[in-house]
Design a protein around this ligand. Sequence first.
Ligand code: NAD
Ligand code: MG
Length: 397
Amino acid sequence: MQLQQITILGATGSIGMNTLDVIARHPQRFQVYALTADRQWERLFEQCRQFNPRYAVLVDVTAAEQLQAKLKQFGLSTEVLQGSAALEQVARAPEVSIVMAAIVGAAGLKPSLAAAQAGKRVLLANKEALVMAGRIFMQVVQEHGATLLPIDSEHNAVFQALPRDGNGDLRAMGVRRILLTASGGPFRTTPLAALAQVTPDQACAHPNWVMGRKISVDSATMMNKGLEVIEAHWLFNASADQIQVVIHPQSVVHSMVEYVDGSVLAQLGNPDMRTPIAYALGFPERIDSGVAALDLFQIARLDFEVPDTQRFPCIALAYMALRAGGTAPAVLNAANEVAVAAFLEQKLPFQSIAAVIEHTLAAISIGAVDTLEQVVAADTQARHVAREQITRSQALC
Ligand code: NAD
Ligand code: MG
């Protein structure tokens, strides 16, 4: 078996660590070429010690210096690179065949795109890249012969339930709808009046999944599902009307595909990201992920509910942005990132996240997306408008 070299963008995050956990189970298959992080150099050092990659990349200068010193002290040969350009360098490297794109937020767009441009097998966790620049991303994948495999559990489930040789035409495949499941997050049943006071720690305490803080807040507002609707649109060539969100509190059915003959194909499993990660790493083979077998007797029941759009206005905002097209999803994503960061810093109440996004979408005129520059410009403008709106709302408090 040929050893495959892997770059993990966002190695110190929740997806990055789960990826390393799977890789460690298959030393004859995978070798780590590069690990990257923003500034968490201590965790990156431990990962270098265990996986001995050729490169470690840190965006932050001071963190890079600290990692370098520590590696030297321990006599490790990993070379440290610093800065955002280095993320693209290790994503493109000719030795690398697989890139795990697991940076959170818009920061992941350029390095994920670099991996696609270099024709890699791209395991995409960084959904924000597709939300912002789906048209460009899918075009680059096609033009450069890259293989795009979704890591998001829902999209991985849909990918598994679709015909493998489908040509991207849902109608021709006999698909009627994609049913994206959603747990409903930690506030599915919280009294509406209590939502005004919820704290970042409460929002990050997801009932079924352990994840980074940004995506945890997105799950609490259900913007995560909104972003995933847009992600599904690009990945599966599905219109907004062909994507239905289904609340499923147990997070056992990871999503479903409904066919015209009445069949519904679902993928089930324990809520553990190592399953979709292992599926994409080994594809088309199935490899061990370390995930426990699903115990249906213990789960006993599976529930399904209609999403409560009053409680979760972010879902409607995402559908609106998808239907508007052009730069609207990039604006939605940028406003969301700014609002979530402000909420996590306790500068914005939970329910104002949706209000900031709505205001930003209304304030900016939507343009076409033909180039990456247009996406970046829309992202910058939306961040500016969202920050101003947050400052204004603070002044009123
Ligand atoms: P996380 O916050 O745990 O980790 C983020 C990683 O990105 C870290 O390694 C961090 O150092 C790096 N990073 C952050 N900002 C950066 C920047 N400006 N430049 C370079 N690197 C930067 O996040 P996560 O939960 O692992 O999520 C990663 C991505 O995967 C997100 O897009 C998320 O939506 C998606 N995702 C996560 C899960 C999950 O279970 N955690 C599930 C589905 C999809
Ligand atoms: Mg998901």
